[in-house]
Design a protein around this ligand. Structure first.
Ligand SMILES: Cc1ncc(COP(=O)(O)O)c(C=O)c1O
Length: 483
């Protein structure tokens, strides 16, 4: 157990919807937890992005720069980026996905006729789509899918270097560069610095670029330090810098490690590329010194990046997430190991009860967890969640073995917002929900609603009343913990 490295300066009460309210809220949300409202839940672990508690220094920025349209925050951001990250140019922008959009458009749409390829170690889904939007193809050449994630192994964010070389030989000049995600979305794992050095060397040999998607740059450095012996004694900012030194362009969503409500930054080395990107940002988002963000948000992002590099904070963060994983394992669940930075991924196999794989196991569990403890989590299936599952279900290609190994429920830990004691509560809710899953009949697709979203119904013949009684009984146990 690790003691929090901060003191709390503002608090908000948790919402406490009762069981009947939760049952009705879920019915209104058509059994889709993504449609629940914040007011409907006790704890929301569906995302770690844009949900961190702000520090007193970050909060003070809102007033200090409330009216500024140009000024010190940009200079401070640029100085911080230069000093800590070693990049001469920085472009603020509203979201990392907007950064991906302008960046890959710039990097991929000029030059060759054939579909350009970007190789990755574990792409985030918007990255795949933004590369496709620019006429390119994202090919995952990471090791993460090769072994069941429940079998512990260090640096699951590595590239499979043999596969990378084979892809370079096969596709030749169609491969335009690499996109390195730190940490990878599937499990939140780091990449070994030697693995990245090897990728850098291949890029240099062939004149390719290396882009880094580094929204979890500090968690990544902390985890890399634990998993790569050569980094063990180095200071956190040093480790971040060592990785960044190997990239030509880095983009950072400030809503994760930088604990900002929103915003992102693009770090660029080459003046010509900087000019091109600045021009595009100006057209699509706003002045190149703000990228469409209010100036106060630049100050919040810079301060958040500074706080992310605090050794004590990052040590406590990593230990808190690991503690959560250990508790879940102790309750009979199977978390992916080693623990990642931003979330615990729990294998769906151990919590599916009697639900068949083709009956929306994750959705059934997410519903049950919400009903039992008022907790929201997310589903995860090889990086693409329900979308991929539904595609495979429709195509008749669902494979029980692959699902058993790679389907998970993701419990994110919002930074500085959720206490370790509350994670104990969530552990109990997960354990109780797992029991109640024995009564879940599974889901089938009823169709889509007018917004095109999936609507699920209990599988025909299922005893919904028995399920309701089972979750209500388990909810009583969990609710009592919050008394
Ligand atoms: C690895 C990764 N890259 C990029 C993004 C996109 O960031 P943003 O929400 O700022 O667009 C995310 C968001 O969750 C992410 O996890």
């Amino acid at each position: 157990m690790s003691v929090e490295s901060f003191s709390v300066c503002a608090v908000a009460p948790l919402h406490r919807p009762g069981f009947a309210t939760r049952w009705d809220a879920l019915a209104r949300a058509e059994n889709e937890v993504a449609r629940l409202r914040a007011e409907d839940m006790v704890l929301d672990l569906v995302i770690d992005s844009g949900v961190s508690a702000l520090s007193e220094t970050q909060l003070s920025m809102f007033n200090r720069y409330a009216h500024a349209v140009n000024g010190a925050p940009y200079d401070e951001l640029a100085a911080f980026v230069q000093d800590q990250f070693g990049f001469p140019h920085v472009l603020p922008i509203v979201k990392a996905r907007a950064a991906e959009n302008v960046l890959f458009w710039q990097l991929l749409t000029e030059g060759r006729d054939e579909t350009p390829i970007v190789l990755g170690n574990g792409f985030f889904d918007t990255t795949v789509h933004n590369i496709a939007h620019s006429g390119g193809e994202a090919i995952d050449a990471g090791v993460h899918g090769q072994r069941p994630p429940t079998v512990s192994a260090p640096c699951r964010g590595n590239f499979d270097l043999d596969r990378v070389k084979a892809l370079l030989d096969e596709h030749g000049p169609r491969v335009r560069g690499f996109c390195v995600t730190t940490t990878i979305t599937a499990g939140g794992h780091p990449i070994d610095i030697d693995n990245l050095r090897a990728v850098r060397a291949l890029a240099d040999e062939r004149g390719l670029w290396v882009v880094m998607d580094a929204c979890r740059f500090a968690e990544h450095a902390a985890l890399a330090r634990q998993q790569v012996p050569a980094l063990a004694d180095r200071a956190l900012p040093d480790v971040v810098r060592a990785y960044f030194d190997l990239a030509d362009v880095v983009y950072i969503s400030a809503a994760k490690d930088a604990m900002s409500p929103t915003g992102a930054v693009l770090l660029v080395r080459e003046p010509a590329l900087h000019q091109q990107l600045a021009g595009k940002i100006h057209l699509q988002y706003g002045y190149k010194y703000t990228g469409g963000l209010p100036l106060m948000m630049l100050a919040v992002m810079t301060q958040g990046m500074r706080e992310a590099l605090d050794e004590r904070w990052q040590a406590q963060r990593i230990a808190q997430v690991d503690q959560f994983a250990q508790w879940l394992a102790g309750a009979g669940l199977t978390p992916w190991r080693p623990s990642g930075g931003h979330a615990v991924f729990v294998s769906s196999d151990a919590l599916r009860g009697a639900v068949r794989w083709d009956r929306f196991v994750n959705e059934a569990f997410l519903n049950t967890l919400y009903l039992v403890g008022g907790v929201r989590a997310g589903g995860f299936y090889q990086g693409r969640g329900t979308a991929r599952y539904v595609q495979e279900l429709e195509a008749g290609t669902l494979d029980d073995k692959v699902l058993a190994e790679h389907m998970a429920v993701r419990l994110c830990v919002p930074r500085r917002r959720v206490t370790t004691m509350q994670l104990w509560y969530v552990t109990q809710a997960v354990a109780q929900a797992r029991h109640a899953m024995q009564a879940h009949p599974g889901f089938v697709v009823r169709g889509t609603n007018p917004l095109g979203e999936l609507v699920l119904d209990f599988a025909p013949g299922g005893d919904v009343e028995a399920y309701r009684a089972a979750v209500e009984e388990r909810a009583r146990v969990v609710d009592a913990m919050m008394a």
